[in-house]
Design a protein around this ligand. Structure first.
Ligand SMILES: NC(=O)c1ccc[n+]([C@@H]2O[C@H](COP(=O)([O-])OP(=O)(O)OC[C@H]3O[C@@H](n4cnc5c(N)ncnc54)[C@H](O)[C@@H]3O)[C@@H](O)[C@H]2O)c1
Length: 474
């Protein structure tokens, strides 16, 4: 059903001056959490307003707030685009009076976004989009008394608590939502249908979430409009490509300290993420094999000089496997049965379904769950050992720290401006997945370029006329 998207805001005009993840799955059991509504001091942002404080948070330890603030400050320094957006939000208050429920990785970079939304006038409730990536100190810093932010996130909670946290974040009835993977939108629709009527819209951060939302819309099940922030050119290039490319390699290296030069790396999926991973692995001297199901993407990989094989043919050759498809059972028991001794399996896709971990469990006669942090060793009947990184969850967020802040600067700059655009929509938006207006994509790219000291040309009047006229030939 269409709904009216009101709320005053200044659109996405230029501002003055100056980070995807895995499904929850059972973590290592509930952490000893503490309800918190008191903690010393405030992070950056407006003066505390006790009236605006949300419901109590559920975080591990309020005493970690100072360490969290230091971590957030470090990230903020590398996020000039979001800094500009925050300044504009503070002046224009595009989210004044609105309640925003967000489900994001609870990291320092997300914290910079959450504070920008709060500075823009919103009451914000944040739940984790992956219990394994939650930074307890960041959660504590955000949840400080009077901040106007409620946080429901503790590192390592089990599946039940994970969903309970999402339910608590939506409990007050959000006007707007931000999701990363679709679990918040799904929970709202399935567990809290009574809250749907007042939701004006939402933003989705990652490819897997957008796929789910399109399925919901096609089935007529989506009850509010959602903007596919993931699908902007800037986000896919900077976040999925550069960010995932670098941080997935970072996760593999931190978990194994292996030498990539000379190794055979198999990358499943040559989308935005897979291309980033494949090119970074090649840059470090690996021989890279790509597997694909899409002929156009496969052709692209071949023309970029990668060897393309079906997974069953690549399985006996690979020494490191990385899945980045958004699909399931990409590496199965059939593939594991022919892999080399010592082969490493890592997943970069949002959900932990790309490597069939249950098949690995069935094949193994012995498991050393942590031969190194985030590396589990599975011993097979014939003596071969396979290493599973990060339990098959999103390796760059579990074994490393996700994308650098400079990457999330672009993703979250887009996210913030898209949310403000939704809040300001002058008329009804259909209950489907919408594209981010191209002007927002261009604006974020312009701001990022400026922060990097890069300048570009502008069209001359003659060029503009030439490009606009079909009468002008050679
Ligand atoms: N780890 C991160 O930080 C991070 C960041 C962004 C996105 N993601 C996630 O990574 C996944 C991929 O995202 P993307 O933006 O690259 O998606 P994409 O749609 O651009 O690319 C996925 C590619 O995988 C291919 N594919 C699908 N099934 C396959 C199979 N069985 N075998 C081989 N190839 C197959 C598709 O043809 C496509 O080319 C998604 O789950 C997304 O949510 C993770």
């Amino acid at each position: 059903m269409p709904r009216s998207g009101p709320a005053p805001l200044q659109g996405s005009g230029p501002a003055p001056g100056r980070q995807s993840g895995a499904a929850p799955g059972p973590g290592s059991g509930p952490a000893p959490g503490r309800e918190s509504d008191t903690a010393p001091g405030l992070g950056s942002g407006p003066a505390p307003d006790p009236e605006s404080a949300g419901p109590r948070s559920d975080i591990a330890d309020p005493g970690l707030a100072e360490a969290g603030d230091a971590r957030i400050d470090w990230a903020r320094c590398a996020m000039p685009v979001l800094g500009l957006v925050a300044e504009r939000f503070a002046a224009e208050q595009p989210l004044r009076g609105l309640t925003v429920a967000a489900c994001l990785h609870v990291t320092a970079e997300s914290a910079v976004l959450i504070r920008a939304l709060r500075d823009g006038g919103a009451r914000v409730l944040l739940a984790a989009s992956n219990p394994l990536s939650t930074q307890d100190d960041t959660a504590a810093a955000l949840a400080q008394a009077g901040s106007g932010i409620s946080v429901f996130a503790r590192a390592g909670v089990d599946r039940e608590t994970y969903y309970a946290h999402i339910r608590r974040a939506v409990e007050p009835g959000p006007d707007l939502v931000i999701d990363d993977g679709g679990d918040l939108v799904n929970t709202l629709h399935q567990d809290c249908p009574g809250l749907l009527a007042t939701v004006r819209g939402g933003c989705e951060s990652t490819t897997s979430g957008v796929i789910r939302l399109r399925q919901m819309a096609a089935a007529g099940a989506l009850a509010f409009p959602v903007v596919a922030v993931n699908d902007t050119a800037a986000k896919r290039m900077v976040d999925n490509g550069c960010g995932t490319g670098q941080s997935v390699i970072d996760g593999i290296l931190r978990a194994t300290n292996t030498l990539l030069a000379g190794k055979t790396v198999v990358v499943a999926g040559f989308g935005a993420c897979g291309q980033g991973i494949a090119s970074r692995a090649r840059g470090l001297g690996a021989q890279v094999i790509v597997t694909e199901i899409d002929p156009v993407r496969a052709l692209d990989a071949v023309l970029q000089g990668f060897r393309v094989l079906p997974m069953l043919a690549a399985a006996p050759l690979g020494e490191i496997f990385v899945t980045a498809t958004g699909s399931r059972d990409v590496i199965t028991g059939e593939h594991m049965a022919v892999m080399r001794d010592g082969a490493m399996l890592a997943n970069a896709g949002h959900f932990d379904v790309e490597v069939d971990v249950r098949a690995l469990d069935r094949l193994a006669i012995g498991v050393h769950p942590e031969v190194r942090p985030h590396a589990g060793e599975y011993v097979l009947a014939d003596g071969r050992r396979l290493l599973l990184l990060a339990e098959g969850r999103v390796v760059n967020l579990v074994a490393a720290e996700g994308h650098p802040a400079a990457v999330m600067d672009v993703s979250f700059g887009l996210q913030a401006l898209a949310l403000a655009w939704l809040a300001a929509a002058p008329g009804p938006l259909a209950d489907r997945v919408h594209e981010v207006p191209g002007s927002i994509d261009a604006e974020v790219a312009r701001l990022k370029l400026a922060s990097l000291g890069a300048q570009i040309d502008t069209l001359t009047a003659d060029q503009r006329e030439y490009l606009a006229s079909w009468r002008q030939g050679s």
